[in-house]
Design a protein around this ligand. Structure first.
Ligand code: PXP
Length: 243
């Protein structure tokens, strides 16, 4: 099982103050040192977190691989062809959404998706389609020539009852099996955190998990004690008082 570390929300914190830190590039390099198998970033059309320059900087510096999430638009396609990430994950995108809500509707736009899969694949980029755990959508992924899919785990992660959670887990299991029997590589992600990741990690047909928000959130609390200590030491040293 591979772990893709999504660094979008490092950029969210940076952009909140219009500063240059925390740097998504630094986060990517640190993530690699500590076991990330790949780095995932979503260049949204509104550039609300990751900026174009972040993608280029990360692509040029990392030693694992870059998984670039992008919408199904000509602008993003041109951008991916220029940056040449190892992987592209095509996601649906709506301007007003807080995060990616629901999977890509491959079924209703098969010709367009097939064209994107073909153009990116021809440029040597591995293409993944971010879809819901839905039998028809997975069949459509196969029909458009996708060799990789990422199952949207949001409905599982957001389930509020044990029953719905179990139902969503079964849907993920069935979808993962269906796709892998078609020879499609199956990844998963969205909304996964330390409390809900284990059940998804037990689905053997899933080969890679992409996790962002919960990891960055957890990192704040794991890093805060050290950050406070460092700040106090620096302040005390400035006054020549031992801390
Ligand atoms: N996978 C895809 C395709 C996504 O769009 C996202 C969110 O950007 C994630 C995984 C990571 O989701 P989260 O930030 O909730 O872990």
């Amino acid at each position: 099982m591979l772990l893709g570390v999504n660094i979008d929300h490092v950029a969210t914190v940076r952009n909140a103050r219009g500063s240059v830190y925390p740097s998504p590039l630094e986060a990517a390099l640190l993530a690699e040192i500590h076991g990330a198998d790949l780095i995932t970033m979503h260049l949204r059309e509104d550039r609300r977190h990751i900026k174009d320059a972040d993608v280029v900087a990360v692509k040029n510096a990392i030693s694992t691989r870059l998984n670039l999430e992008m919408a199904l638009t000509e602008e993003m396609l041109e951008n991916a062809l220029a940056v040449q990430p190892a992987d592209v994950c095509i996601v649906p995108e709506k301007r007003q959404e807080i995060t990616t809500e629901g999977g890509l509707d491959v079924l209703s736009q098969q010709d367009l998706v097939a064209e994107y899969v073909w153009r990116l694949t021809a440029a040597g980029i591995r293409v993944s389609l971010f879809v819901d755990a839905d039998e028809q959508q997975i069949q459509a992924c196969n029909d458009v020539g996708a060799t990789v899919i990422e199952l949207h785990t949001g409905a599982y992660a957001e389930a509020t009852t044990v029953h719905t959670r179990q139902q969503q887990l079964m849907r993920l299991e069935e979808a993962a099996l269906q796709a892998s029997e078609m020879g499609i590589t199956v990844n998963a992600g969205h909304g996964l955190n330390i409390h809900n990741v284990a059940a998804v990690a037990r689905i053997l047909a899933i080969k890679e998990l992409n996790i962002g928000h919960a990891l960055i959130a957890q990192a704040i609390f794991m890093g805060l004690p050290q950050a406070i200590k460092q700040m106090k030491e620096t302040i005390f040293r400035a006054r020549s008082i031992p801390y």
